[in-house]
Write a protein that binds this ligand. Structure first.
Ligand code: FES
Length: 265
């Protein structure tokens, strides 16, 4: 669903902010105006201090039951996210959202397969939280380079069967998460993935080779300046022509993206 018309700018008070796993922060905000209209896969543009002029896109990780609060989960990788990681309860964050077109769950789909590479778990948690309310069966394939980079169990969505893989074998199966995918494709009514573009390329190839042709939705990450369809900085090539990730996505059907022309950030 496109929800751009419901986007608003708010000053959201910080409720809590802590390191959830090494280098990854979980930030809860009081943001009822955004939380009550947001859908899984949508994102916000967060202001990251006066020195960082451009807002940063951040997927919505989850909301609370009352839909008054929302959480962002992010890796601390530069000045903007470092600034965000230091915000204290009571401080206010300038947020624009919710933005973009999120995941689309078919009402007739009861077996949902989620595939998360690294911090791809961030938006998929919101999807699982929402979809579980519809009595669906949900399986999560969760991958990371090493065990310490796997999202801890207490932060995973409730009522979801989780299967893990790590590159070095320190948790779950040894290997990449897409190694597990063929085993679950037949079971799945729909597949939703979030992770690095290398993971998407592998899934696209697997799906083609296995001739299962499942509908697979992926959440793209690109550079974004405005988040509003104004700057064209997030344009990607698709089978339907040029699309803007901030407005037409960030969720796309995996087969629509021209992966040979997709530029990694
Ligand atoms: Fe400006 Fe998408 S970020 S058009």
């Amino acid at each position: 669903m496109t929800n751009q018309s419901k986007a608003t700018v708010i000053q959201a008070p910080v409720i809590s902010n802590h390191e959830a796993m090494p280098g990854v922060h979980l930030l809860w905000l009081e943001a009822p105006e955004i939380a009550r209209v947001a859908s899984p896969g949508q994102f916000v543009m967060a202001c990251c201090g006066r020195e960082n002029l451009l807002r940063r896109p951040m997927s919505i990780h989850r909301t609370d039951e009352d839909k008054t609060k929302l959480a962002l989960m992010f890796t601390v990788v530069g000045k903007g996210t470092s600034w965000l990681s230091q915000r204290q309860p009571g401080e206010k964050l300038d947020l624009l959202g919710p933005l973009g077109k999120g995941f689309s769950v078919d009402p007739a789909s009861f077996n949902l397969l989620l595939v998360a590479g690294g911090l791809g778990i961030a938006p998929l948690t919101f999807l699982a939280q929402t979809a579980a309310a519809g009595n669906r069966s949900i399986a999560l394939l969760l991958g990371a380079k090493t065990g310490s980079q796997l999202c801890p169990g207490h932060l995973l969505p409730q009522g979801v069967r989780c299967f893990t893989a790590t590159d070095d074998g320190t948790a779950g199966s040894k290997g990449i998460i897409t190694d597990l995918l063929p085993k679950y494709l037949d079971w799945a009514s729909q597949v939703f993935a979030c992770g690095p573009s290398a993971m998407y390329r592998t899934i696209a190839n697997q799906n083609r080779k296995l001739l299962r042709r499942k509908e697979i939705q992926v959440s793209l990450e690109t550079r974004m300046a405005c988040g509003l369809g104004l700057c064209y900085g997030c344009t990607v090539k698709t089978r339907q022509g040029l699309k803007q990730v901030c407005q037409d996505g960030p969720v796309f059907n995996i087969d629509d993206i021209l992966w040979d022309e997709f530029v990694d950030i």
